[in-house]
Structures are given as C-alpha cells and as structure tokens.
Design a binder for this molecule. Structure first.
Ligand code: PLP
Length: 400
C-alpha cells in the first residue's frame, strides 16, 4: 500500500462512514491548489462547497487569524471581547440589516433562523402557541440536524432519524401557486435557498424570488434566505438575492464567512425580528468568539471592496461560456448556475457524476458529484483565468 492507500484505510477503520470522499489525501494547500501526501497537485474546483471562496490560506485571512491567536481566542459570551462589536456592526451593515446573531456552523445558523421565525411569530405576529408553520422548498438542503432533516425531501438524509420535528410545509421549489396555497395565517416564515446548491445548483425562474418577496410581505411572513452557500460573492454579487433585487427579512450566512479558516455563521436581520430574544433564550459557547470575529471581519472587509464579486461575475461568464459547449456537443444534458458556480448534468453515456469526478482527479482536478449524474463546480473566487481554463479543458477531455 502506498501512503495514500494506508491513510485512507486507516481513516476508514476509525471513522463513521458518513461520507464517500474521493481517494485523495490532501497535505497542503495554497490559493486554488491542493497538494496530496505524495506530492501530486490538484486544482480545487469545489472550494469546500463555497467555504473557501477566498482560496486556501488566503494571506489576509491567515494574518488576521495569526494576529488574533496571539491576543485572545475564546471568552464565551459570558464576557464581552473587543472584536465582537465591530463584527456585528460591520456584518449588519454589509447585509443592510440591524442585528446579528452569531453561531458557528451553517446548520446551527439555520436552526437559529427557525427559532427566530417561530419566536417572532408568537411574540410579534401573534400566532397561537405551538401553531407556527414554516414553508420550505422540496430538494432543499439546510443542514443535518434532526429538525433540518425533518423537512428534507432526500430519503437518505432522513431515513431512520424519526420522530421528525413538525411545523414545516414543503412545496416544490419554483412553484408559486403551491407556495401561495401553503401560506396560512399561522405561517411565520418562508425559508429558501435562493439558488439550491446541494440539489445541483438549481436557479429558480426569473421573477420567482421577487414574487416570494411580495407574497411574504403581503401575508406578514418572514422571508428567510439561506445564503450559506450562495452568498458572500459566489454568484457575482454579495448575495444571490441581489440578482433579482430582492432583500429578504433574514439572511442566514455561513461557510465563506469563516474564510475557510474557522467555522463562522450568523443570522442577520432587523431589530424587529432579532430583537425578540432575551438573555438565556438562545446561545452558543463558541458563537462570535474572538478568533471567529477577527477572521470574519477580514472577510467582510474583503467583500466590501467588491473585488471578489466582480471576479466571480467575470470568471463566471467564462465558466458558463465553456460549459455551454458541453451541452452543445451532448456531453452534458444541462448546465445551470450563476457566477462562479455551476451544476453540470453529465450525459448518461459519459458515466456517472462520481466516475467523472474520479477521472478528473486522475488529471489533477477536484470536483464532486451530487445526486447521480450531476457534478458541482465552485472554484475559489481567486482562481486565475489560466487555471480555470486548464481545469475546464480537463473536463472537456474527460468527456470526449
Ligand atoms: C444552503 C446550505 N445551508 C446550510 C448548510 C449547512 O452548513 P454546515 O455544513 O456548515 O452545517 C449548507 C451546507 O452545505 C448549505 O449549502
């Protein structure tokens, strides 16, 4: 066995098998590139499912983390610390909102948004106790907690985890008629990914998000946008909702907010909505810790320049132009996406998404399949044009 095989066998012997990773063992990383334990280099076209929008070990983020490591890393929320106020005010400003509730992982932030919406429903909207309903979309992915998988439509994600949390109504993504019918006087929120990532980068038809915005406003229902994967530059704008001039009531953020360095997530909203919480009603030991705040502050400063969004838009146009050729030649049956983000449905004759991912790995390019025929492409936004072109040339070669 070589080093790679030994490490994979050892990992498999000592871990619960909740993942089926590609057989590559990463040792170091820089920008858009990874190096494995045997010294082979790979172009990363997945970027930690958008957690690495700013690339691996981005210098500004590593420096911010190092400087904070030398000062203070954790206080818990029992005490104040000197990075917290800036993190909250600057994140709120980036979002055009008023208040921030910091958490760590994406799933925790969505859970927090669910709790926020329910509490707002009871305390502000006046929904009778225990009656709050949240409308969600089919094929959603919001995380892995018991409550979040309770409203998943993915059988694998749900099986054997019941009893499930009640209070959710699932309607097909993109179906306004179904959403209108599902919203009742007890509905407190509509929770949506503006672009569904795990489902295969599904972009709803133009006009869908504005119509959801109008409906939720009319019916006094919160529009909660889970921008954990779609937000923070990935689509060519700070938020995917911006492409349709939609401002939700609540943003749920994660992944890239921690710069690929530490887990940082947050719920960001108005004072009316997040103002419902009182001490003791929600919390997290690590949420909003000094190290997380220091890294996230740097992420926010980088996003403020607009540079990364512009890059995602520009390189995204290039990506989609190239991927369009795959559908033209019949290698792919569909290509979807926005900015530097794409879901490619591989034509069945070419093999499964997994087979294509493995072939690409052997050519030094890393992507990951999702749901059978689909591969997802989400390079770090700092990737060079030349590297992107090279990666796409490898895909074209694999599909030939
Ligand atoms: C839209 C969306 N929401 C929530 C999550 C969950 O985030 P985490 O894995 O950090 O819990 C993900 C992760 O892929 C996601 O894409």
């Amino acid at each position: 066995m070589n080093a790679t095989e030994k490490l994979i066998a050892s990992a498999e012997a000592h871990t619960a098998h909740t993942y089926h990773p590609l057989p590559v063992v990463v040792a170091t990383a820089d920008g858009a590139w990874l190096t494995d334990v045997e010294g082979r280099r790979y172009l990363d076209l997945l970027a930690g499912y958008s957690a690495l929008n700013f690339g691996h070990r981005n210098r500004r983020l590593v420096d911010a983390a190092k400087a904070q490591l030398e000062r203070v890393t954790l206080t818990s929320r029992a005490f104040h610390h000197d990075r917290f106020a800036a993190f909250c005010s600057e994140l709120a400003e980036l979002c055009g909102m008023e208040l921030v509730l910091p958490m760590n992982t994406g799933a925790e932030a969505v859970e927090t948004a669910v709790k926020t919406a329910r509490k707002w429903g009871y305390r502000v909207k006046g929904v009778p106790a225990e009656m709050a309903k949240i409308v969600v979309a089919g094929n959603n992915f919001h995380g892995r907690t018991t409550t979040l998988i309770s409203f998943s439509t993915d059988a694998e994600a749900r099986a054997d985890y019941g009893p499930y949390t009640p209070g959710f109504e699932i309607v097909p993504f993109g179906d306004l008629t179904a959403m209108r019918a599902a919203v009742t006087e007890n509905t407190v929120a509509v929770l949506l990914e503006p672009i569904q990532g795990e489902a295969g980068v599904l972009v709803p038809a133009a006009g869908y998000l504005p119509a959801v915005r109008e409906l939720t406003r009319e019916r006094n229902v919160l529009f909660v946008a889970d921008e954990i994967q779609s937000g923070l530059g990935r689509t060519g704008r700070t938020f995917a909702c911006e492409h349709e001039n939609v401002v939700p009531d609540v943003y749920v953020l994660g992944k890239a907010l921690g710069g690929g360095v530490v887990p940082v997530s947050a719920v960001v909203s108005s004072a009316e909505v997040l103002g419902v919480f009182r001490p003791g009603e929600h919390g997290s030991t690590f949420g909003g810790n000094p190290l997380a705040c220091a890294v996230a502050l740097e992420v926010i400063a980088m996003l403020r320049t607009g540079e990364y969004q512009a890059r995602a838009a520009e390189l995204g146009a290039r990506l989609h132009r190239e991927l369009g050729k795959l559908t033209a030649t019949g290698s792919a049956t569909a290509v979807r996406g926005r900015g530097l983000w794409a879901g490619v449905d591989i034509a069945p004759a070419q093999g499964t998404g997994r087979e294509i991912s493995e072939k690409l790995m052997h050519r030094g390019v890393l992507v990951k399949d999702t749901h059978g025929p689909t591969i997802r492409i989400a390079p770090p936004l700092v990737i060079s044009e030349k590297d992107l072109d090279w990666g796409l040339a490898q895909l074209a070669a694999v599909l030939r």
